[in-house]
Design a protein around this ligand. Structure first.
Ligand code: FAD
Length: 472
């Protein structure tokens, strides 16, 4: 028998249901496939950083598979549909008996897989729910529908999780022959960019980081998670985004190191589990409300808001030149590393939408073009939450004050000074209002004065939302 495994967002040999199942017949010849789809990635605004990270991890995957005696065949085709067509043709050519893959839940990805199945191929197709702890549609309210509020979703989710078998599946056994591989070979053409040394590729690196976090940091997660100058969060998001790590591996390791997690809802480890459940929530929403994949807000009336189309304001935000130090430091962290702390994602998103009144979709797109951990589900969820256009979002009249946020979450300016060296000499007390200090001391700073007055901007935003609401 010949079994094909189509790898997509699941670049790992450990705890991979499709791979494990394809290998369950020890006699079968197993071939691994990967399709690079540059035009599709461009249409989805996938960042060059994530593509480079993906490529690095694919090399690691190829090496791990080779040790198991499984060759990886990588094909470049323009988009998803041509990728599916290539898989069909390849399977035919190889006279494959079965194709194995793990589901993806975004709309175009689901359409691709449905299209392939509709072609009624001559081989069997085995698709698995592998990327989430619980699959979409499996957690619903009493009416059998998807929850539209997070907290009851989480309650139902946890109840169900505790009666679910979420053990990880082991890596398959070696199938014998170790294949020789061309080490230097590029698997697909791309413009490689530098990836921060902070994100080494491969499953081993990801598992090491997971282990360290669960053993040493998870307990203090609740206290430290909102302080961007601390290493308080796991920084595992890039690995989860390309599937080098699975959420089951995360949960199992969390429970091994913190066995009482489920019984202690106030613990740091439960708070971390809660974040993993937000990840699930946003994926479940994409399946329940596919229009979220089509640049649509969840709350209809927000379509009537008149956005500010100024490129000058948008560019100042993008480049970290708004004159609000916490916003600017955050944007420079994003532009330099491709990762941004969660508190800062909320602050910068709120600033773009509620201080500059710029359409959240422009921010969503810019983030995905930069992020190493970009995923449609979490990015769209985060932006719609911040912009008050989404499901169980922040209420539209709640508007972060960027100066107060800075003082609260970066009180001594440690984070700001790291990313804005031009503010190094500003005393702690003024680090979030440097222009006030500069004015009173007549120092000339090489740093912009605030591009908007927060108080005024707030009032204008409230009015714009109100008008949008009444218009509907
Ligand atoms: P930890 O705090 O250690 O959390 C562990 C894991 O849980 C994360 O790796 C992530 O997979 C998941 N997670 C944590 N918080 C959230 C959340 N709020 N929503 C969904 N999943 C979460 N996360 C992404 O993975 N990709 C994105 O493209 C993305 N875009 C965002 C955009 C905005 C505007 C906002 C407000 C949030 C966004 N997030 C996104 C969520 C969150 O900011 C990141 O997941 C988190 O900062 C990653 O850091 P970490 O791995 O240290 O997280």
């Amino acid at each position: 028998a010949c079994h094909l495994v189509w790898f997509r967002n699941d670049l790992r040999v450990m705890d991979n249901k499709a791979l494990s199942s394809a290998c369950s017949d020890p006699q079968a010849k197993v071939l691994a496939l990967f399709t690079a789809t540059p035009e599709q990635w461009r249409a989805h605004d996938v960042s060059p950083r994530q593509i480079t990270f993906l490529h690095q991890n694919l090399i690691e995957l190829r090496d791990s598979l080779a040790k198991l005696g499984i060759p990886l065949i990588c094909q470049t085709t323009p988009d998803f549909l041509s990728a599916a067509q290539w898989v069909l043709d390849f399977a035919e050519q190889q006279q494959a008996d079965a194709l194995f893959f793990n589901h993806q839940y975004e709309l175009n990805e689901r359409n691709r897989d449905e299209w392939l199945i509709k072609q009624q191929p001559s081989f069997r197709v085995h698709a698995f729910d592998d990327a989430l702890l619980l699959p979409p549609k499996s957690v619903s309210n009493q009416k059998g529908e998807m929850y539209q509020v997070y907290t009851p979703f989480r309650r139902a989710f946890v109840t169900q999780l505790t009666v679910t078998d979420f053990r990880s599946v082991p890596a398959p056994k070696s199938r014998g022959a170790i294949l020789s591989i061309e080490k230097q070979q590029l698997l697909f053409e791309h413009d490689a960019v530098e990836i921060a040394a902070h994100f080494p590729s491969g499953e081993v690196a990801a598992l090491q980081r997971l282990r360290l976090f669960c053993r040493e940091r998870a307990q203090d997660y609740q206290q430290n998670r909102d302080i961007p100058s601390l290493d308080g969060t796991s920084q595992l998001s890039p690995y989860l985004a390309v599937g080098v790590l699975s959420p089951r591996q995360c949960l199992n390791r969390l429970l091994t190191e913190n066995p009482h997690t489920f019984d202690s809802p106030d613990s740091g480890s439960f708070t971390w589990l809660n974040e993993l459940i937000w990840r699930e929530f946003y994926h479940h929403l994409l399946v329940a409300f596919p229009h979220l994949c089509r640049h649509q807000p969840f709350i209809e009336w927000t379509k009537h808001i008149q956005w500010n189309s100024s490129d000058t304001d948008f560019n100042a935000w993008k480049n970290g030149l708004t004159g609000y130090p916490i916003v600017d430091a955050a944007m420079r962290q994003l532009n330099t590393t491709g990762w941004m702390h969660n508190r800062l994602r909320m602050i910068t998103a709120s600033f773009l939408v509620k201080d500059l009144l710029i359409d959240w979709r422009r921010g969503e797109q810019y983030f995905i073009q930069q992020l190493i951990d970009g995923t449609l589900a979490a990015n769209n969820g985060g932006w719609q939450w911040s912009a008050s256009t989404g499901i169980d979002a922040s209420p539209w009249f709640r508007i972060f004050n960027p100066t107060t946020q800075g003082k609260k979450f970066d009180p001594d300016g440690k984070f700001v000074r790291h990313w804005l060296p031009e503010l190094r000499t500003v005393p702690d007390q003024y680090i979030h209002t440097p222009h006030e200090w500069a004015e009173s001391t007549r120092v000339i700073l090489d740093y912009p004065t605030p591009i908007v007055d927060h108080k005024q901007a707030r009032l204008m935003t409230l009015e714009a939302f109100e008008t949008g609401k009444n218009h509907s």
